[in-house]
Design a protein around this ligand. Sequence first.
Ligand code: MN
Length: 238
Amino acid sequence: MKLIIISISILFSTISGFAQNRTISNQTNQNNMTTTANFIFPELPYAYDALEPYIDKMTMEIHYSKHFKAYFDNFLKSISGTELEKSDIKTIFSNISKSPVAVRNNSGGYYNHKLFWESMTPNFKDASGPILDAIVKEFGSMENFKNQFEEAAKTRFGSGWAWLCIDANHKLFISSTPNQDNPLMDVADKKGTPLLTLDVWEHAYYLKYQNRRPEYISSFWHVVNWEMVNKRFLDAIK
Ligand code: MN
């Protein structure tokens, strides 16, 4: 009888030990997931062919599933096992000059493309509301704004991005950055919060437009998600 009781109590402690280990292991997994949940591979908010004819299906598919995915994977690899893994993207950008070049290129590649996908929509509507008022106030007219933005995009030598941003004094400005840099990085010439961006790397347009970057740039206006730009503007001036 005594032996049976001892056996049962050993059995119970073994089971409860298992249960405890399982709980600990689940917590560890959850923590790991929370850490990487900072950086989830974002879904494309529309189908690959949704922005036709302005952005063709094949460009969109390769751009998103190959280029963007590679930036994302290499970004996670570049911060793996470092303090930056627990950080958020804006903090990483604010100290990017102190990070290895792989972090700079791939964190930018991740963030810039995510913002770019979300800057476009198949359901185009003209700009309206506070963002339109702010653009007209700053640039004189929507047409002037578009001309200046196109100029920034056309004259970016080599690969990079054109931006509409808002600075710390809530003033709109246009800029461009080389490679995968962006205006949130401490290395940027003009710093601010991005509201709208255009990728002017050749991989973004070459299959359809070849060397005709200006044609790609003027097509962009047909797919800009002004509701999203307006939302970013309102968040920035809160
Ligand atoms: Mn790109």
